[in-house]
Design a protein around this ligand. Sequence first.
Ligand code: ADP
Length: 473
Amino acid sequence: MEIIHISAECYPMAKAGGLGDVVGALPKYQNKLGHIAKVVMPMYRTKFLYENEWELVHEGGQVLNSNWFKYSVIKEKTNKLGFDLYLVDINNLLDREKIYGYNDDTERFVSFQLAVCDWLSHWQHKPNIVHCHDHQAGLVPFFMKHCHAFRYQLADVRTVFTIHNGQYQGQFGWDKYYFIPAYDTWNWGYLDWNNAINPMASAVKCAWKVTTVSPSYMEELRHSARGLEAIFEYERGKCSGIINGIDVDVWNPETDNYLVEKFNKENVAEGKQKNKENLASQFGLDPNKPLISFIGRLVDEKAADILPEAISQSIYQYGGKANFLILGSGDPHVESQLASMNGQFKGYYNSYIGYSEPLSHIIYAGSDFLLMPSRVEPCGLNQLYALRYGTVPMVRNIGGLKDTVVDFGNENGYGIKMEQSSVWDIVYSTGRAIDLFYNQKDRLDEMRKYMMDIDNSWDSSAQHYLDLYQSIL
Ligand code: ADP
């Protein structure tokens, strides 16, 4: 079957978090399983754009806010990603360096979706599945089913909507009703939630199937979804959770060129130690102590705000027996707190405030523990990368973390789990990590080997998506 993924992110063209990783990997695995999967996304001005060759495949026009705009679609020439990648360009809207964070993000992503629907309506053979990811593609199911400009061509094409993060819904006021192309006005309810146009709510109502990136997160959304709880309850019949996989070609400690020492499960202890020594010399830490790291967006969802307190307390309480390292960016207040601790806890703690793909690989490889005390975690990929690199995940028991990590106190367990996102839980878990590192070396070694053997690749998850598509065709 033929599938087109519509997304705001796709690694390596543009990635801000897990969405980019998923959309950069899932289509590749769907192609490997004998299908044709493609991706369409905005043409941001990123390094990947300038370093690759493209060909023009379509040009067209659409209307937003009574203004006609021209768009073009280009395609990466060599299929080097394992799937066809298409980029949509719209002057003055999508030609930016960053993915999000502009005042006109609503205009940017609505016009992107209009352009994609217009382009799709020109395809001679329609795709079997239009797979929309997160709210930046959330209006597409409504446009395809209800808007006069597209429904004649696209209403029968099956749509799937995947929620990677329900916190961001893309809602905007009805004063911008003219962003939506003409439709029969009695269908306005398909756009509305709490007196606003809500792309995420609209997608849940209009898509043929809705998925989240883990089964536990689907359950949690029915109780806590930033005001959308009821809709997940009403629509539960078409909702399901499919756990993300990881791209095992990109995330492979045996072939990872970012590492000073590549390793596999046979030499995991020595391999990790070499990588830790490299990190320790770069960040002024002690390679003989356990290294507990955090990688991620410094936002409330990830409980980044409690990290400064939890780390300081852990360092005092355990007399500096563990080292901490942070890689992240986000809330400026948390950023400055974490950066200011570099001097205060020299030799025990350090941080790199910013985004660095290479450093993230080196930290997954060189750390002993990866801390994820998240308040919300739809799936979480970091813990899956940690497992692949023999790093023990220290995670809150929620969302995808609940589904993918088993506490080492249980049979066949390999992680450290905490019930709450609290300073106390992090300090307590740090104590367990320290004990495991110094007093249970054999157990830690066994756990590392066991973790590296777990298959979290896309192979089975990609098949689950194909089964889901099949159920609506
Ligand atoms: P989310 O999508 O909520 O941010 P996920 O765990 O699903 O969280 O995915 C996070 C992805 O982003 C991982 O690939 C992680 O390595 C990467 N990442 C997050 N912050 C940074 C950073 N500062 N530098 C490099 N990679 C990062």
